[in-house]
Design a protein around this ligand. Structure first.
Ligand code: IPM
Ligand code: MN
Length: 372
């Protein structure tokens, strides 16, 4: 298959982790005889520095003319600490999502057996967790009208949803549930918010088309508690933009590190793949960022084009790396010298040469302990 992939590494650790994902996609292309091409473009704080715009036109044009987008991360402390900044890196990502119509953000959450002891949650509670979060991505409070009074003392953000916006993601969530464990949980705040009551109504209507799927409802405050009390009760979680943002960061605790969680942002026409984590500025350039979220985002990219064997191969390689402790420090208490690119190298090697992977591990590790 021929795929033109736009690579938007972004800020902080974005470039480091995205490099590993590109490396892995190149290994897949050579192993499975595909033709993947990669073109880079700026987004986020780096794009503000270079072009005075967090989403330059050239970047948007490249995305629109590509088959898929691999995104790193955005954000920089100089903007986080300056609430009055008019231009912000995050605007680049939000505009990209809106312009490309990426209305569904799919975030798989899984407890890997080998990492059960990395989570602060009890092993029995998290073992076997397998959740798919469907987060609405182009509506709600993120995109509603924002206002600040002239005297700067009153501010508001409007949370607005239409039936159409709810329906289209609800269908995707129900279809996903049919291929999983046939359960959808709608997370909302329907006891307080009018927009949530519309979500309940519309999702109940959509559910009538999927008789084999059970639909239940949780208020977001309760859902946040249930997520850590008993995450195994969830199959597909369907929710609006901001609740999905919050719940998915919380859910990453189950996996042991936010550095493991990948995502796919899908629209009618375009698709973007990105880790759920941020730009982790303190770690920039140190080689400690976990590249697995980006690598698994690349696997989701392949699944999007029905390249399931290829995606599976990446997942097997990732699990192997976890098992052999070829992991960055966030999840590695055994070896503290495995860097971002070492993890990428191992996964690349495994794909090129699965039989040799144990030997490579020995080499990698010996290399570490003798050279350093
Ligand atoms: C995410 C991020 C973004 C969001 C930020 C960077 C705008 O936190 O993708 O989860 O809030 O959607
Ligand atoms: Mn987030």
């Amino acid at each position: 298959m021929k795929l033109n992939i736009a690579v938007l590494p972004g800020d902080g650790i974005g470039p480091e982790v995205t490099n590993q994902a590109v490396k892995v996609l190149k290994a897949i292309a050579s192993e499975f005889d595909h033709n993947f091409t990669f073109k880079n473009a700026d987004v986020g704080a780096i794009a503000i520095d270079k072009h005075n715009n967090p989403l330059p036109d050239e970047t948007l044009d490249l995305c629109k003319s590509s088959d898929a987008i691999l995104f790193g991360s955005i954000g920089h402390p100089k903007y986080d600490n300056d609430p009055s900044a008019k231009v912000r890196p995050e605007q680049g990502l939000l505009k990209l999502r809106k312009e490309l119509g990426l209305f569904a953000n799919i975030r798989p959450v899984k407890a890997y057996d080998t990492l059960l002891n990395k989570s602060p949650l009890k092993r029995d509670i998290i073992k076997g967790t397998d959740i798919s979060i469907y987060r609405e991505l182009t509506g709600g409070i993120y995109f509603g009208k924002k206002q600040l009074s002239d005297d700067g003392n009153v501010a508001s953000d409007l949370c607005e949803y239409s039936r159409y916006e709810i329906e289209r993601i609800a269908h995707l969530a129900f279809e996903a549930a049919q291929n999983r464990n046939n359960k959808v949980t709608l997370v909302d705040k329907a006891n307080v918010l009018e927009s949530s009551r519309l979500w309940r109504k519309v999702v109940k209507d959509v559910a009538k088309n999927y008789k084999d799927v059970t639909l239940d409802f949780l208020f977001v405050d309760n859902a946040a508690m249930q997520m850590i009390l008993n995450p195994k009760q969830f199959d597909v979680i369907l929710t609006e933009n901001m609740f999905g943002d919050i719940i998915s960061d919380e859910a990453s605790v189950i996996g042991g590190s936010i550095g493991l969680l990948a995502s796919a942002s899908i629209g009618e026409k375009y698709a973007l793949f990105e880790p759920i984590h941020g730009s982790f500025p303190q770690a920039t350039g140190k080689g400690i960022a976990n590249p697995i979220a980006s690598i698994l985002s690349a696997a989701m990219l392949l699944e999007h084009f029905d390249l399931f064997n290829e995606a599976q191969f990446i997942k097997i390689a990732v699990e192997k790396s976890l098992k052999l402790h070829i992991s960055t420090p966030d999840i590695n208490s055994k070896y503290d010298t495995i860097t971002t690119s070492k993890v990428g190298d191992f996964i690349e090697d495994f794909i090129n040469n699965p039989e040799d992977s144990n030997m490579n591990f020995t080499n990698i590790h010996l290399g570490q302990s003798t050279i350093i």
